[in-house]
Write a protein that binds this ligand. Sequence first.
Ligand SMILES: Cc1ncc(COP(=O)(O)O)c(C=O)c1O
Length: 388
Amino acid sequence: MSIINSLSPRAVAAPESGIVEVVNYARGREGLLPLWVGEGDLPTPDFINQAAMQALAAGETFYTWQRGIPELRQALSDYYFRHFGTRLPPEHFYVTGSGMQAIQIAVQAITSPGDELVYLSPAWPNIAAALEIAGARSVGVELQFEGGTWSVDLNRIEAAITPKTRGLFVNTPSNPTGWTATRKNLEDILALARKHDLWIMADEIYARYFYAGGRAPSFLDVMESGDKIIFVNSFSKNWSMTGWRVGWIVAPPETGQVLENLIQYSTSGVAQFMQKGAVAALNEGDAFVQTNIEKATRSRDILCDALIATNRVETLKPDGALYAFLKIDGVTDSRKAAIDIVDKTGVGLAPGTAFGPGGGLFLRACFLRDPGQVTIAAERLCDYILKL
Ligand SMILES: Cc1ncc(COP(=O)(O)O)c(C=O)c1O
């Protein structure tokens, strides 16, 4: 048997990321404006780095608490009180090695091989891939795109539920569409989950990037004790820490030992010195997050206003998250278009084909960047679009 055929079929079937494919094609080109990946243009602020470096210098290099150091779980509890108005005790929090790993652990906690999880599509591709690798089936339910904005149809979600369905994955605000659930959407989805006895996996990592002001509606606003909701979250986007790989889970305390065991048998806990950096991010980072939000707001306006003014782009401004998910007249193959755009304009976009059902005709641009750079990217894109 060949080496590749002797591997697990589930591992071999895991797809190459359609975003990385385009990045690899044009990585490192001179003058490139990289709007393709979901991250900002700033490195992690120094006060966070210093906290991690001090811990490292102090010898905090031993195995540590699997659920996260008590100081970080307390800081998470305080952060939720400040920004979500909910006092959740530290027992609700689990520190993970990235938002991605939080998703993986939640998938392991909720599903067995053969189970199904319904998610809203287009979606960040790693969600479906994590499910499939775990042997569960990802069932995409398409959001509706009408009049330049996205909306959810509860009937479609309910129609996708089968006896094998274990949960609903809801990412709001959404990567890549920017769709942001209203409080009423969240109440309806929660009612559906209660009716069918399903888990909700809530990915609210972009909750602070909400352009109507304040933060986006959260399941925390509508849930009651006893509801089966597991939140996955990350330090990546708010505090410019994408390369750190630190995230967290919020879950009912009853799940404590199970989640701790799953962490034990994956990373056995996040490095203590990195957790010290994360404590600084939460306790001292509100002003920094606010500057990121203001930058995203300005750059979103610059990019979307310019593109909408061409009259060749159907997409309106997104309500939340960090992406313009563009439907451009004349684009029928977004993978080809992403390659052509990077070749002709030097602007890196992610092809909508990477985001599953419903995304094929779109291109995604991340706007958490310096407004000056985004202005140049917008000019180049408008020029390209008007020549199509
Ligand atoms: C919707 C969503 N969830 C989770 C993540 C995971 O973030 P990370 O693994 O960097 O913590 C991302 C990253 O792009 C995302 O877009």
